[in-house]
Design a protein around this ligand. Structure first.
Ligand SMILES: [Zn+2]
Ligand SMILES: [Zn+2]
Length: 335
């Protein structure tokens, strides 16, 4: 087999197309010929070694859509030719307490697709069968890539905490936030977009927000005091967290999925007196991801993507880094 991949040799270096030797297929693994792969902020963080955990050479890409080409002898529920997706994790140990209770995304031995494993900016990717998701027939697979990581990340807190009667705020209307608006609106919630840019108000409403507020407008945020059952924060910048937590209703929850590196200050009384919570979560369990794909298919939810051929991968990373991408980037296989 002639496997090729876009390889990052070291931090912050442009990727180069090279042949790769994938070796024998693992007994429980599935091989997928990549058709499309979303470009996620985390790919850039791993390329730049922002988290200090990158391993080089690295093959990035963890929002894969493709077709199964080979199935290991012990892989369950998949067969060659099926159209599938692979996201942030491509395996977990399948025996720990978390895996056995359905929370494989919390497994201490979960295998990130792009750290110590070959990712999807390649002709082929391999993943454990439990982390390889058959795409629903009706799902628009050309645009579906970003659902596998970003979509799962914002869908998981809705699945865990939101009811259709809830008032939900989505903080940050970018790659993650615009998908969160679509999911929350389809869930039936009353949805408010928090964005740094007034220019995004109309667009946010186009994604399903019923209201929009500027994160820089303290007066407007003050007026929302005590109103939200759930806030999902997708930003990676510092905000006026005290004011934002103040917009939570009694019993409300601020849920963080954006990797903001600076601490979020919490005033104990603000949580205690109103019985509020602050929480976070990584991607979704396999069951959550499968449910999200089904929900996205039923409600016709697709991320808004810009497409590049994979041969222009370095340009696409530059576009992501510029912050100008609206709202996600998908690379289409071109080998
Ligand atoms: Zn991602
Ligand atoms: Zn486990």
């Amino acid at each position: 087999m002639n496997y090729r991949a876009w390889v990052a040799k070291a931090a912050k270096q442009p990727m180069v197309l090279e042949p790769v030797d994938l070796g024998p297929l693992g007994a429980e693994d599935v091989e997928v010929a990549v058709e499309h792969c979303g470009l996620c902020r985390s790919d850039l963080s791993v390329l730049n070694n922002d988290w200090g955990a990158s391993q080089y050479p690295a093959i990035l890409g963890h929002e894969v859509v493709g077709r199964v080409t080979a199935v290991g002898p012990n892989a369950k529920g998949l067969k060659a030719g099926q159209r599938v997706g692979v996201g942030w994790f491509s395996g977990s140990d399948m025996y720990c307490h978390q895996c056995m209770s359905g929370h494989h995304n919390l497994c201490p031995n979960a295998q990130p697709t792009i750290v110590g494993h070959r990712g999807g900016f390649a002709t082929h990717i391999r993943a454990h069968w439990a982390w390889t998701f058959v795409l629903p027939e009706k799902l628009n697979f050309t645009e579906a890539g970003p659902l596998l990581c970003g979509g799962a990340t914002v869908f998981a807190p809705l699945a865990m905490y939101a009811r259709p009667t809830d008032r939900v705020g989505i903080i940050g209307i970018g790659g993650l936030g615009h998908m969160a608006l679509k999911f929350a609106a389809a869930y039936g919630c009353d949805v408010t977009a928090f964005t740094s840019s007034d220019r995004k108000f109309e667009e946010a409403k186009g994604f399903g927000a019923h209201h929009a507020v500027s994160t820089g407008d303290s007066t407007a945020i003050g007026k929302l005091g005590g109103s939200f059952d759930l806030l999902i924060s997708t930003v990676n910048v510092r905000l006026d967290w005290d004011a934002i937590i103040g917009t939570l209703a009694p019993g409300g929850r601020l849920h963080v999925v954006g990797a903001v590196l600076e601490p979020i200050p919490i005033v104990a009384f603000s949580l205690i007196l109103q019985q509020r919570s602050v929480s976070g979560s990584p991607t979704g369990s396999p069951m959550t991801i499968a449910t999200m794909l089904d929900f996205a298919s039923r409600h016709n939810i697709a991320p808004q993507n810009e497409h590049f051929p994979m041969s222009r991968i370095n340009e696409a990373f530059g576009r992501l880094e510029s912050g100008k991408a609206r709202y996600r980037i998908v690379l289409d296989a071109s080998f």
